[in-house]
Design a protein around this ligand. Structure first.
Ligand code: UD1
Length: 339
C-alpha cells in the first residue's frame, strides 16, 4: 500500500524535523516545505541518516501559492501539519506586521489551497501562550484564553479563531490545534535539534550554550515570584514526545467526520521551576552551570503547566521522556554543534 503523504510546512525547523521522523516511523511520508529562514538544508541529510529516506523538500514560503501548487502537482497530499511561522516574542513587538503577514497570511493561503486541492486534514501549531497567566492551574483546554501579550501570541490566538470560524462555515475540513507548552530536548540520536539563530531567548538553548562556553553565564530572570523556589514554573516537553502528538492528532483526524475542529494541550502535566531545570541539567550531565540571579523579564508568565487528561484520553498520547531526558538530549545535541 502507498504511504499517505503529509505536507509539513516548516519541516526543516526544530519541531518540524522531529515530526518528520515520527511521521515516517508511523508509516506516513513527510513532504517538507521550508523557506530556510530559521533552519538549514543540512537537516535533510540528518533526516536521511536517521530514517534511511531522503524526504522530498521544497524551498519556499507558505504565502506563495506557486510552490504549494507545485507540491500538489507532484504529490497527492492527505494532510498538512502547519509549523511554518515566526516565533520570537520580542521581535514580534518590533515587527508586528511581519508577524501578522507571515503567520496569518500563510494560514489563509494554505486553507484556500487545501480547499481547492481537496486536502481534508490539518494540524495547526498553537501555543500555551493563548492562556496568558491562567487563574487556575493546571490549564485545561476549557480554560478561557486571555488577551495576547505580544503580536506573536496574538497570531496564535487569531489563527485558532480563523480555523474555528472556517470549520463552522462547513468547508469540508478537519482541524486539530495543538497548544504546545515548552518544547525542549533533541532527537536521542543527536542528529537533529534546535538551531537558535543569534543569542537564544529561550531557557534551554541558553543553558546548553553557557555550558559549551559560547555564553559566559545564564541570567535567571527573577527568583522572587510566588513559586516553590521563587523562579518561574513551566511545563517542559521533550520535542520527540511533541512530534508524536502530531502523528496521533493526524491519525485521530483521519477517523473524524468533515467539518471537525478540536484543540489539545501538549505538555507533561508537570511544572518545573527554572532552578529545577538548571539543577536537572547539572545533575544528569555532571556539570556545573555558571548562572546569576537577574531581574524579572518583562511580560513573563509566573507559572503555567498543562492538564493533559484530554490528550491522554482522546488521542491516547502520553509523554515518554522525563525532564532529565530532555536535559541529557539537549546537551548531547549542543555538543555536536560545538565540535
Ligand atoms: C516564550 C514565550 C512564549 C512562546 C515561547 C516560544 C514569553 C513570555 N513567552 O515562552 O509565548 O510561545 O517562548 O519560544 O516570552 N529564562 C531565564 N533566563 C533566560 C531565558 C529564560 O531565566 O535566559 C526563564 C524565563 O524567565 C522563563 C523560563 O526560563 O521563566 C522559560 O523561558 P523561555 O524558554 O523563554 O519560554 P517561555 O517564556 O515560557
Amino acid at each position: 500500500m502507498e504511504m499517505k503523504k503529509i505536507l509539513i510546512t516548516g519541516g526543516a525547523g526544530y519541531i518540524g524535523s522531529h515530526t518528520a521522523v515520527e511521521l515516517w516511523n508511523a508509516g506516513l511520508e513527510p513532504i517538507i516545505l521550508d523557506d530556510f529562514s530559521n533552519s538549514q538544508e543540512e537537516v535533510l541529510d540528518r533526516l536521511e541518516e536517521i530514517t534511511g529516506k531522503r524526504f522530498a523538500c521544497y524551498r519556499g514560503d507558505c504565502n506563495q501559492r506557486a510552490v504549494l501548487d507545485q507540491i500538489a502537482k507532484d504529490h497527492q497530499l492527505e494532510g498538512v501539519i502547519h509549523f511554518a511561522a515566526f516565533k520570537a516574542v520580542g521581535e514580534s513587538t518590533q515587527q508586528p506586521l511581519a508577524y501578522y503577514k507571515n503567520n496569518l497570511g500563510s494560514l489563509l493561503v494554505l486553507l484556500e489551497f487545501m480547499r481547492e486541492k481537496g486536502i481534508f486534514n490539518l494540524v495547526f501549531s498553537s501555543s500555551c501562550t493563548v492562556y496568558g497567566q491562567p487563574d487556575v492551574l493546571p490549564v485545561t483546554e476549557a480554560t478561557p484564553r486571555k488577551d495576547a501579550e505580544s503580536p506573536y501570541g496574538n497570531t496564535k490566538k487569531i489563527g485558532e479563531d480563523i480555523l474555528l470560524d472556517y470549520v463552522k462555515s462547513k468547508p469540508g475540513i478537519r482541524v486539530v490545534a495543538l497548544r504546545y507548552f515548552n518544547p525542549v530536548g533533541a532527537h536521542p540520536s543527536a542528529k537533529i535539534g534546535e538551531l537558535p539563530m543569534g543569542t537564544p531567548q529561550n531557557l534551554v538553548p541558553f543553558i546548553t550554550q553557557t555550558a559549551a562556553g559560547i555564553r559566559q553565564k545564564l541570567t535567571l530572570f527573577g527568583n522572587d515570584y510566588d513559586t516553590p523556589d521563587g523562579s518561574c514554573v513551566r511545563d517542559y516537553i521533550h520535542v520527540v514526545d511533541l512530534a508524536d502528538a502530531h502523528v496521533k492528532a493526524l491519525s485521530f483526524l483521519f477517523e473524524k467526520p468533515l467539518d471537525f475542529y478540536d484543540v489539545f494541550n501538549v505538555g507533561t502535566g508537570r511544572g518545573n521551576t527554572v532552578l529545577e531545570v538548571i539543577h536537572a541539567f547539572e545533575q544528569v550531565n555532571g556539570l556545573k552551570l555558571a548562572y546569576e540571579i537577574g531581574p524579572r523579564r518583562a511580560g513573563d508568565v509566573v507559572k503555567t503547566w498543562a492538564d493533559t487528561q484530554k490528550i491522554n484520553a482522546v488521542l491516547g498520547w502520553y509523554p515518554k521522556y522525563s525532564l532529565e531526558d530532555c536535559m541529557r538530549d539537549s546537551w548531547r545535541w549542543q555538543q555536536t554543534l560545538a565540535n
